[in-house]
Design a protein around this ligand. Structure first.
Ligand SMILES: Cc1cc2nc3c(=O)[nH]c(=O)nc-3n(C[C@H](O)[C@H](O)[C@H](O)COP(=O)(O)O)c2cc1C
Length: 178
């Protein structure tokens, strides 16, 4: 078997600064159980205590990426076969839809969509924010780009999340990670 044929598919997990990110390891475990390799790209805000970065680096065997590489440096991750954005914040979804690329996470998402890489999004957005007209327009625009969305999740019991599980594996299903 050639080296190319032996390579596992590579999943980019884009993580934003929402409280539920504390359970990110669940998504990584589920992806690895499906025989995918995982690289995590976090927004700068998400690196500020939202999840255990050392544990995630140990779990994936790769550094978390959050900042742009320097010109001339090699790309630290292979090209993605699929992308899961989880949790996805109000802020990142609106900026992505508007074509803003001022974080590595956003630049990666804008580019992946343009390349036709399958992208699944698990939003974690409170109902009060989700009612903003800009958010509704952002979702419509991203859906029109082919981005696949999981069920709305508000993050707090009784406020749309209803205390239910975040449903990390749904992101893998939507992104086609078999
Ligand atoms: C403890 C905490 C929990 C948060 N949870 C959420 C959330 O569930 N959804 C959301 O959209 N923003 C949430 N925020 C606000 C975001 O962190 C904030 O909008 C930030 O700018 C998002 O940055 P990012 O999209 O680059 O990750 C939370 C903030 C804090 C401090």
């Amino acid at each position: 078997m050639t080296e190319q044929a032996a390579r596992k598919p590579f999943l980019y997990v884009v993580v934003c600064a929402a409280g539920v990110a504390a359970d990110l390891s669940k998504l990584i475990t589920a992806a690895q159980e499906r025989d995918w390799e995982v690289g995590v790209i976090a927004t700068p805000a998400a690196m500020n205590g939202f999840f255990d970065t050392a544990a995630v680096e140990a779990q994936t065997g790769r550094p978390i990426r959050s900042a742009w590489r320097a010109p001339g440096e090699p790309r630290p991750f292979p090209a993605p076969d699929a992308v899961v954005v989880a949790p996805a914040t109000f802020n990142t979804l609106n900026k992505w839809a508007a074509g803003i690329a001022d974080t590595l996470a956003l630049g990666t998402l804008c580019e992946a969509a343009g390349l036709g890489v399958p992208i699944a999004v698990l939003p974690c957005v409170a109902e009060a924010l989700a009612a903003h007209p800009a958010y509704r327009e952002s979702l419509e625009r991203l859906r029109g780009m082919g981005v696949r969305f999981g069920e709305p999740y508000a993050g707090e019991p009784g406020k749309g999340g209803g205390g239910r599980e975040f449903g990390w594996e749904r992101g893998l299903d939507l992104a086609g990670c078999r």
